[in-house]
Design a protein around this ligand. Sequence first.
Ligand code: 4AD
Ligand code: MG
Length: 460
Amino acid sequence: MPKILEIVKILKSKKNILDIILVRGWVKTRRDSKLGISFISIHDGSCLNSLQIIAKKKNIKNYSNEILKLNSGCSIEVLGTVVKSIGKKQKYEVLAKKIKVLGLVKNPEKYPISSKNHTLEYLREVAHLRPRTNIIGAITRIRNTVSYAIHRFMYEKGFYWISTPIISTSDAEGAGKTFLIYTEYLKNQKISYSKTKFFGKKTFLTVSGQLNAESYACALSKVYTFGPTFRAENSNTTRHLSELWMVEPEMAFIDLKKIIHFSEKMLKYIFQFVLLERYEDLKFLSRKNSSIITRIENFINTKMKVIEYSDAIEILNQEKKYSNFLWGQDLSIEQEKFLSNEYFNSIVAIKNYPKSIKAFYMRINKDKKTVSSFDIITPEIGEIIGGSQREERLKFLDKRIKECKLKKEEYWWYRDLRKYGTVPHSGFGMGLERLVCFITGMKNVRDTIPFPRSRNQAEF
Ligand code: 4AD
Ligand code: MG
C-alpha cells in the first residue's frame, strides 16, 4: 500500500524521498510537450504551492483518452515516485505511474474558476468554488492559524473557553441590531408574533457573549468565548457582516489599563504565530498589498500607542479636514483611518470614550462623563477590538440601565453578579474577520469568512 501524502509533506520533505506515493488534488494547469509528456500542476489546499506531476505517454495507460483532456478543476489521484525536480520552480515533483481521474470538468468553458485572474467581487458570486483559488486558499489557512493561535494563547494564559448561548435574551450592546427568533411552525398558523415566542419570551441571535462570559469570569477568573455573533446591520459596508466570529476574553480583578495591555499581548502573539506558521501565504498576499508583513512586524516590535478619546478629538480638530469635531461625537471610519493610517501609521488604542456613545455596562469614570472603555483601531479596516472595564457597582449600573432606557428586570441575573461578591473585571471583543482583514491586507470582511452573510446576501 503506497503512502498517501499531502502536497505540503512532499514539498517540505527534508530527505530525498524516492518512494512510491499516492497524492490527490485538483488540476490547476496542464501543459503538453511534443514528446508525449504532460506537466500537470495540482493543488490540495495543504499549502500555497502546487505540485507538478509528470505524465509520460509511454507509462500512462489512459494518457490519450483521459490525461490529454484534463483541465483546470478536474480532480485526480496520482500514483508515482517523488523525484527531485529539474525545473527551478519546485524542489520535488512526481513522476506518475498511474493517474486515476476522479472527476472531470464537464464544460471547461463554463467552469467559473478558470486559471485566469478574477476579481474578489466576482469570486464572492462563486463562493462555493472560490476556495480553490490561491488567494482564498491563503486567507483560509491564515484564518485557521489565527483561530488556533487565539485558543493556544488563551490556554497558555490559563483561560477557560466557554460556550455562551447563541439564542439570547438580552441585546448586550443595546444597539437594537438583533435578529429576532420565532418558529416557522407557529408562524404558519398565522397567529400573532407574541405567540410565536417558542421560549415564552423575546429571544434573539446573540450580538455578543459578553454578559454570560462575565458570569463565568466572576467565578473562574479568566474565561473567553469564541463563536459566531449576529448583527442586523442595515448597511452594506466593507467592514460589517451580519454573521461574524468574535473572541471575547473576560477577566476578573483586572482594570482598564491591564485589559488594554492584555489585548496588546494577545495581538502580538497572534501576529508572531502567523508569521511563523504562514509566512508563505503572507508573502503571496503581500504581492497585492506590500505592507502587510512589515506592519505586523512593526507592531510586534513596538509598544502599542494608547491615547485618550479627548486627545483623538484634539488631533482631529488640528487637522483642517476634520474641523469642528465636537467632544461627545463618535469617530467615523474615516477619522479612525486617518488616526491609524496617517497620523500614527500603526495600530492604536483609544480609551475613555464619552458614556453617551458606549454601552450601559461600561464602568463610569470619576469625571462622570466618560467610561473606562477602549477601542483598538487599525489602518484600513478601522476598529478591530472594542472593550471596557465593567461596571461592578450595582448603584452605578442601575443608573446606567435607567439612562439607557433598558428594562432592569431583564438584567436581574446580570445585576445578581454585582450583589453577590462583586469584583472589578474587564474584557473585550475582537472580530475575527476584521483581524484577518488586517493581517491579509484584504479590504472587505466578506473575503475573510467562507460564506459571508450581509444585508440581502445569504446565498450558499
Ligand atoms: O465593539 P463591539 O460591538 O463590542 C462588543 O460586542 C462587546 N460586547 C465585546 C466585549 O467587550 N466582550 O464588537 C467587538 C468587535 C468589533 O471591534 C469588531 O471587530 C467586531 O467585533 N464587529 C464586527 N465585525 C464585523 N461585522 C460587524 N457587523 C461587527 N460588529 C462588531
Ligand atoms: Mg465597538
